[in-house]
Design a protein around this ligand. Sequence first.
Ligand SMILES: *[C@@H]1O[C@H](CO)[C@@H](O)[C@H](O)[C@H]1NC(C)=O
Ligand SMILES: *[C@@H]1O[C@H](CO)[C@@H](O)[C@H](O)[C@H]1NC(C)=O
Ligand SMILES: *[C@@H]1O[C@H](CO)[C@@H](O)[C@H](O)[C@H]1NC(C)=O
Ligand SMILES: *[C@@H]1O[C@H](CO)[C@@H](O)[C@H](O)[C@H]1NC(C)=O
Length: 237
Amino acid sequence: MLAKTLLLAGGIATTLACAHLPRGENPNNSTMFPRIEAGSDAPADAATLGYSLNHFSLNVKNISRSIDWYSSVLGLRLIFNFRATDKLSIAYMAHSHGGKNGTGYQTVRELNRQKNNLEGLLELVHYDNPKGDLVPSTVRANTFSHYGLIVPDVPAAQARFERLGVNILKKAGVSNDLKGPIAEAFGLGDVFERDSEEAKRIEQALLATGGLDFVIIADPDGNLIEVQSLFTPQFEF
Ligand SMILES: *[C@@H]1O[C@H](CO)[C@@H](O)[C@H](O)[C@H]1NC(C)=O
Ligand SMILES: *[C@@H]1O[C@H](CO)[C@@H](O)[C@H](O)[C@H]1NC(C)=O
Ligand SMILES: *[C@@H]1O[C@H](CO)[C@@H](O)[C@H](O)[C@H]1NC(C)=O
Ligand SMILES: *[C@@H]1O[C@H](CO)[C@@H](O)[C@H](O)[C@H]1NC(C)=O
């Protein structure tokens, strides 16, 4: 059953893979948009061997609310909540699905032991600061844009988000409305209100990334989460 699903999804991915970038145009043509500038095959500095991006961190307004949301909606498990003082809390969460050995389960002590050997962890920081006013990127553009979640089945994930009452900013297959919170989080400001030509170019270019099929949701603080399929087609170059 799983093999069949993967095969089917693989077939869809192959079909879509060619559909996204304009065909027959030289991807090296440096005067053409949209275009792909591929990365270099040059190896990284050997001194960085073993570096890995381990966690990212969000400042949150209510740490219990965020822990609840990230565990019940995205399936992250709480490794610990470090109550540093009566006002400062620092929590670590991680996905354990599949672990590293396919069993899909680790005890929290095992997760904690592996903490620095995992990727994609989430750190939540809360400081009870009466003057603190945390503004998420969906409200005012800042250097944090969003993060991406990979799911094996986007429509199933979307249906689940709907059942759970998650704030869905964009559904899969809907390209229309990038205005508002999504544009803000991507640092696009009011381009959609201001410059319809540029807006059209942006929309078309984003379609070429497979963005039409993404579901975009917001967490309780208004942070933007892009939900992509494991089978989202890759750029060809
Ligand atoms: C684009 O440039 C790369 C690297 O210079 C080259 O290998 C490739 O053949 C070029 N592609 C086309 C379609 O010209
Ligand atoms: C590069 O792209 C421009 C703009 O689309 C086009 O006019 C030009 O013919 C292209 N050049 C090549 C070598 O493909
Ligand atoms: C924080 O969130 C929890 C769980 O959602 C809720 O019970 C609690 O009232 C919230 N605390 C504050 C100060 O809003
Ligand atoms: C898989 O990982 C879990 C958690 O670390 C461990 O308890 C279990 O023994 C492992 N199973 C295998 C087959 O390695």
